[in-house]
Write a protein of this length. Sequence first.
Length: 193
Amino acid sequence: MKDLEEYAKKNKIPIMQKDGILYLINYIKENNIENILEIGSAIGYSSIMMASINKNIKVTTIEKDTVRYLEAVSNIQKYNLNKQIKIINKDATEVEINDKFDLIFIDASKGKNTFFFNKFKDNLNKNGTIITDNLSFHGLVEDESLIKTKNQRGIVNKIKDFKSFLDNNEEFKTIYIPSGDTLAISKRRDENE
Ligand code: SAH
Ligand code: MG
């Protein structure tokens, strides 16, 4: 996978950070996760990493950018994972999916996290998990003095809104894991909670 990591770095494609992907892989193994929905494929790095864990894992991943989608298709072929990874070239806000998943991984535009969370939560199996990436936005969420541009300010505000949506959510309970760019791990609350 070094080739994809280097390619992403050179071309400024925001693939998951090493610690984040390692946490995700470990979470999938420990919870025997098999069916995964990913929002935001980019060049296929995280879906390839997840599908490579074992042959029973199936990933459906959505990418709206056609250039990245085509790169992902070619990478998935290169790693012989066509049978395990299904990639959809569409804007995820417009995709209707009926399947159920053990894990939904949200890693697309940061301003749409709440929208994607609400849109796809009914595609989750009973004990399923929603994991969202980039809750820290390279530390800018925790230390706002690092914010340099209007664009960054906008993204930080959107992430803060999403965090308060999660923190006040009656249906799901969320913990934050400071691996990579910080992951939010959300699970349905027990009925008696
Ligand atoms: N998960 C990937 C990185 C994804 S980067 C990895 O770790 O390897 C985020 C990607 O989400 C970008 O390629 C961007 O084009 C895509 N994206 C952003 N908004 C989207 C949307 N509404 N629907 C589908 N894809 C989207
Ligand atoms: Mg990310």
